[in-house]
Design a protein around this ligand. Structure first.
Ligand SMILES: [Zn+2]
Length: 456
């Protein structure tokens, strides 16, 4: 079995340069940079608002030209192996993956991917013992945006670019960073027929790129070695030198509901943040904050969420415009024990196997090419991007042919406030980065999806 999973393993060092466009810094906004090579080093970066210098008119014109393009992915591939023929196949597969996604999404701005294909064992000494890390992909940067409900959530850079604000947080050079282990038993288009031991490389990258585009929940256990309680990611506000903590969601999270009650998970986030804004407010040290939360009455909420996450058919993604929980896309909550990175951030395995929405299940069967998986699912006209997945994209804010004017959150204002602050020197809002204790917890953050081949 092939398992899509988040990872604590990792990797080498890849420097992301920060593009500065026609920069006119107006604020000290802060974003969150995900180093796919050592995810525990997730890092706070300054991402001051910049002005592209475009007026709305010329921007629209430029975007209209590009949104009809069949290839909106710009891949920079570093192929670290000597077999140039395989490097060429990797390159071709990436182009194919970009074409597949570009066919469904009307991308207005190109999505840039920094991909590396190397032997992890030789290059990084990561030779694995319980299976080996095959690949990982993450948004290079997540950026806070203001949603309609007044809350700030973290959006992947690839999506933020599509919103087309001429003034926006400065971007990282790449939208998605991805790494692949060359020793994995990949099958490429044009090879002899796929064997049962092989995995279609194209299948894997399309799946991973979808995560990188925002199919990712922040709900996870950041507090315990053995998961038992779930919270959104731990974020913080800085007021002067004083840091305060609270739980913050990703873009995807605002659409998750408990089934069948149809209760939005953001309500639980608010309940957990009763601690952050109350007793938790006094903690300036993250370890104390974490322990305080475990000891608080709100911890029961986190335990309740864990229950949902380990009970089949308990959580669903509600596409925009739907109200009936029967219309929810069922998320993966049938795994027990809970599996970090596999639970929640995928669709229900049994429900979507052999359907047109097979792609975002946490397991990929070996020996099945992407093309065959599409056929097994009923040969959907949209190919690998099934109708439900398409509605997830549309809900997040990606334009499609059928939904050319999707939802668009606002950039946080220069004096952006968290909802509990009212003073003029409002705290800056950002995600925290690791302290010693949090390092092990953050190392398994959902944003980083790795792909393991388990020994079976
Ligand atoms: Zn996955």
């Amino acid at each position: 079995m092939i398992l899509f999973k988040s990872s604590s393993l990792l990797v080498l060092l890849l420097l992301l340069t920060i593009t500065s466009l026609a920069n006119i810094p107006t604020t000290n906004a802060q974003c969150y940079e995900h180093n796919p090579l050592k995810i525990s080093d997730k890092e706070l970066v300054e991402c001051p608002l910049v002005d592209d210098g475009d007026d709305e008119e010329s921007l629209k014109k430029r975007q209209n030209t590009s949104s009809n393009s069949t290839q909106m992915f710009q891949i920079k591939l570093t192929c670290g192996i000597s077999d140039r023929a395989i490097c060429a196949k990797v390159n071709t597969a990436f182009a194919a993956a970009g074409t597949i996604i570009s066919a469904t999404l009307n991308l207005k701005e190109p999505v840039t991917v920094n991909a590396t294909f190397i032997d992890f064992c030789k290059s990084m000494g990561d030779c694995g013992n319980s299976g080996f890390l095959t690949l990982g992909a993450a948004p290079a940067r997540t950026i806070p945006m203001q949603d309609l409900d007044g809350k700030q959530r973290f959006y992947p850079q690839a999506l933020v670019k599509q919103f087309g604000y001429t003034t926006h947080s400065s971007y990282s050079a790449y939208d998605i960073v991805a790494m692949f282990n060359s020793v994995a038993n990949f099958w490429f288009d044009g090879d002899p027929p796929i064997r049962t031991s092989q995995s279609d490389f194209l299948f894997v990258i399309v799946h991973e790129l979808v995560h990188g585009l925002g199919f990712t929940s922040s709900w996870d256990d950041y507090l315990n070695d053995v998961p038992e309680a779930l919270t959104p990611d731990l974020g913080g506000t800085t007021k002067g030198s004083r840091r305060q903590y609270q739980f913050v969601e990703y873009a995807f999270d605002q659409y998750i509901v408990v089934i069948p009650q149809n209760k939005n998970l953001s309500i639980y986030t608010d309940q957990e943040n009763v601690f952050s804004k109350g007793t938790g407010n006094k903690y300036t040290n993250i370890d104390d904050f974490a322990q305080g939360f475990v000891d608080s009455p709100q911890y029961a909420v986190a335990k309740q969420l864990f229950n949902y996450a380990t009970t089949s058919n308990s959580l669903g993604f509600m596409p925009r415009g739907t109200k009936d929980p029967n219309d929810a896309i069922i998320l993966e909550t049938s795994l027990n024990p809970y599996q970090q990175g596999s639970s929640i951030s995928h669709v229900d395995y049994s429900k979507y196997t052999n359907t047109s929405d097979f792609l975002m299940r946490y397991l990929q069967d070996r020996g099945v090419s992407l093309q065959n998986a599409v056929l097994n699912g009923g040969d959907y006209k949209g190919g690998a991007i099934g109708p439900q997945l398409k509605s997830v994209f549309e809900t997040l804010g990606y334009a499609t042919q059928d939904n050319p004017n999707p939802y668009r959150p606002s950039p946080p204002s220069p004096n952006s406030k968290t909802d509990d602050s009212s003073s003029s020197d409002a705290p800056k809002f950002n995600l925290i980065y690791s302290s010693l204790r949090m390092q092990s917890l953050l190392s398994i953050i959902v944003m980083f999806f790795a792909w393991y081949i388990t020994r079976d």
